[in-house]
Ligand binder design. Structure first.
Ligand code: SAH
Length: 225
């Protein structure tokens, strides 16, 4: 899989995408991540990529031409399954979307900044818009990193124990049961007895009950879906 990310602040993406599970997936060659600085196609001596908004509202808007040129350059090299704009009013990211996108070959993530991007980009170049939640951030870089992470950890081989992605929350429509590690007792705080029983059937039953109880209490809408 290949993910191309277009941004005006590449520095914001470097660290989140070069360590831990995502960093290892890149090193193993399971995914290629290419970060492109939109200023490459900036205008004039200052490599300008933003301008005042028509209508006089406060805040700068990312211009159409640099984005158009950047996307053209990428599309000339390969076909893209999706060209995604990270946007607070897009579909709210969930595990289903991450699963779906993890099966794609090539995707572009476009990060907005300032007041947003010229709307014609959204009308003519973008195939999908994804939000990381109903709140507004300063730029699309952190949402793009969140989306990329949620996708990459699902690529077979990205997690050392492949079954561990399957038992994560949301993967089977349920929240994950609680997890514990050593010591079995600290400060009088104990681990549920059943987990120490060594009986896989009882442990499985307990985990299933916990998953259902937690889902009912914390995300009841998942059970209805
Ligand atoms: N004026 C816009 C917000 C601009 S925030 C509005 O009211 O909708 C600047 C950029 O940050 C956006 O272009 C988008 O790319 C990104 N962004 C902000 N919040 C986001 C969110 N919740 N999900 C995804 N991207 C977001």
């Amino acid at each position: 899989m290949r993910i191309d990310i277009i941004t005006v602040v590449p520095e914001l993406l470097e660290s989140p995408l070069s360590h831990s599970i995502v960093g290892r997936a890149v090193k193993k060659g399971l995914v290629e991540i290419h970060i492109h600085n939109l200023r490459k196609y900036g205008k004039g001596p200052r490599l300008q990529v933003d301008d005042y908004s028509y209508g006089g509202d406060a805040g700068m808007v990312i211009m159409l031409e640099p984005v158009f040129n950047m996307i053209q350059e990428l599309k000339a090299e390969r076909d893209y399954d999706e060209i995604i704009y990270m946007s607070p009013d897009g579909e709210v990211l969930n595990q289903g979307i991450a699963n779906e996108l993890s099966l794609k070959e090539n995707i572009i993530l476009l990060c907005g900044h300032y007041k947003g991007i010229d709307h014609r980009i959204r009308e003519h170049l973008i195939t999908r818009e994804i939000s990381c939640g109903d709140y507004v951030l300063s730029g699309g870089e952190l949402p793009a990193a969140i989306l990329a992470d949620s996708i990459i950890r699902l690529i077979p081989g990205a997690l050392s124990d492949e079954t561990s992605a399957l038992s994560d929350s949301f993967q089977d429509g349920l929240l994950s049961p609680p997890v514990y590690t050593r010591p079995a007792e600290f400060n009088g705080w104990t681990v549920p007895e059943v987990l120490l029983s060594g009986n896989p059937k009882l442990i499985r039953e307990w985990q299933d009950e916990q998953a259902i109880e937690r889902t009912k209490r914390l995300r009841p809408h998942l059970l209805k879906e």
